[in-house]
Design a binder for this molecule. Structure first.
Ligand SMILES: C[S@@+](CC[C@H](N)C(=O)[O-])C[C@H]1O[C@@H](n2cnc3c(N)ncnc32)[C@H](O)[C@@H]1O
Length: 468
């Protein structure tokens, strides 16, 4: 959903590596990284080395203006869209704006399930493409299935029934973290690097499942990536189908799958939005105002993400006004072990063992400090609670936990300070200015929480120490 700013474009004659090279290797997931080699990725090594031009069977379609495309979309179905709003291009691509003053609680949009793009529609359409479970490397989930469906619909061009919708989609999606160039890895915070890993792994996973079909239909990576991004930046949760072919897999219950909602998905995101949305019976979409809104204002919903790092991962944008976001400070095992050694005076091996055992019980890398400065780390709690003297009371334990966490965030402050200096001081090629802004916004958002939590946690620690 971000404005298209280009990441490296994959060309057939560039040196190429396997798709896996885009996924950082395990040792690279450690925080505070060293510079990585510059690398370009390429889907099909044979076509890279032989410099073969892949035959494109995409239709070229007469380009319409934004206004014409929006009009086609509005005429496509009998939408229940309030006359008090308009769709137009704004600061964040297309968006929805108030034409008149709006009151709190007004319904602005309603779409019954049949006007949304449901997974059942995608499965049905793909049954002629996927005839056997062996046509895919692994069963497809909802996002994979919708991506493949959208890809083929895009190829049909204006012969697709969905064309009035698809024609409004942005042309390129190149900046989300799944296309973050390797030479810029060092400019990411440790958390952003983790999110990059997740974003890339999800994308590559999807590509690999579909590889045979993509190759059969000569789908270039860029083409697949666009369809995939259209889906993942617009997908809203919806129920999984009751019956489906063997090549499809998803959760069984409510909200375990997803759908696309034309018009609904033109609302842009704010952490504190002025509109609210609801998925009703069978996947119907409803949009209402959450406050009174003056004419001319843009209408926003929340996509359910509050952190710059998560917005970057899923939607390809970040807020530069970092007071708007609610970033977390993610903690990692190595840092916790350092805090254990420094604060408790224990041997590294012992700290390692305690932390590793605690980590085995949790799914995450070590936990986090949330934007309210609450410590959400089982590992940190375990480490600082471990092997306490018998006369140790709850106040002393809590104080020790805060001191341990403070050690971590002082270090993180130093790291973020250095990182921001490096970002500022580096020589950025013009094509990467968007990346610079994104890396800065992610680091600054975390820095704000670090500064706030330092003061707050000092006070907490002192209070508990006094009562111990
Ligand atoms: C569901 S679409 C919204 C419609 C989109 N603006 C369009 O032109 O089609 C989500 C995408 O919109 C953009 N977007 C939404 N909210 C934004 C924001 N607050 N700042 C920057 N971009 C935003 C991002 O590109 C995001 O991936």
């Amino acid at each position: 959903m971000s404005e298209p700013i280009l990441a490296p474009i994959i060309k057939a004659d560039e040196p190429c590596f396997s798709l896996d090279s885009r996924i950082p290797q395990p040792e690279e997931t450690q925080p505070l990284l060293k510079h990585k080699n510059i690398s370009k990725t390429c889907i099909n090594p044979e076509t890279c080395t032989d410099n073969i031009e892949i035959k494109s069977i995409k239709k070229s379609i007469e380009e319409k203006t934004d206004e014409e495309k929006i009009q086609d979309l509005l005429n496509w179905k009998k939408w229940e869209l309030s006359e008090k709003v308009e769709i137009r291009r704004g600061n964040y691509g297309l968006g929805v704006f108030a034409k008149e003053d709006l009151e709190k609680g007004e319904t602005l949009f309603f779409a019954p399930p049949e006007q949304t793009i449901m997974i059942t529609m995608a499965i049905e359409a793909l049954e002629s493409v996927i005839t056997d479970v062996d046509d895919v490397n692994e069963p497809l989930d909802c996002a994979d299935t919708l991506s493949l469906f959208i890809l083929f619909e895009l190829r049909k061009g204006d012969e697709s029934e969905l064309w009035p919708y698809l024609a409004t989609m942005q042309k390129e999606y190149t900046t989300p973290l799944d296309y973050w160039p390797m030479e810029l890895h060092d400019f990411l915070t440790p958390a952003a690097f983790d999110f990059l890993y997740l974003a890339t792994a999800d994308y590559v996973d999807s590509y690999k499942k579909l590889q045979k079909i993509l190759e059969k239909y000569n789908v270039e990576e860029e083409e697949f990536h666009r369809a995939y991004s259209i889906v993942t930046t617009r997908y809203y949760y919806n129920d999984a189908p009751e019956n489906h072919p063997d090549w499809f897999i998803s959760g069984l219950g409510e909200g375990d799958c997803g759908a696309l909602g034309p018009i609904f998905d033109l609302w842009n995101h704010e952490v504190k939005p002025n509109c609210d949305w609801e998925v009703g019976e069978g996947g119907a979409m409803k949009m209402t105002t959450d406050e009174s809104i003056a004419a001319g204002q843009e209408l926003f919903i929340s996509y359910g993400v509050d952190e710059n790092v998560r917005m970057a991962q899923t939607y390809g944008f970040t807020f530069s006004d970092v007071s708007k976001v609610e970033e977390n400070i993610y903690l990692y095992k190595d840092e916790i072990v350092d805090a254990c050694v420094a604060r408790l005076g224990k041997a590294r091996e012992e700290c390692e063992e305690i932390a590793s055992n605690a980590l085995k019980q949790t799914g995450d890398e070590g936990g986090h400090i949330d934007f309210n400065c609450g410590i959400e780390s089982f590992v940190l709690e375990t480490v600082f609670d471990h092997d306490n003297p018998e006369d140790d009371d709850e106040n002393a334990k809590t104080a020790r936990l805060y001191r341990g966490a403070l050690f971590l965030i002082y270090r993180r402050r130093e790291h973020l300070g250095n990182l921001l200096e490096e970002i500022e001081g580096a020589n950025w090629d013009e094509q990467f200015l968007y990346h610079k802004e994104m890396a800065t916004n992610i680091a600054r958002a975390e820095q704000v929480v670090v500064e706030k939590c330092m003061k707050q946690m000092e006070n907490f620690a002192l209070g508990f120490e006094r009562n111990a």
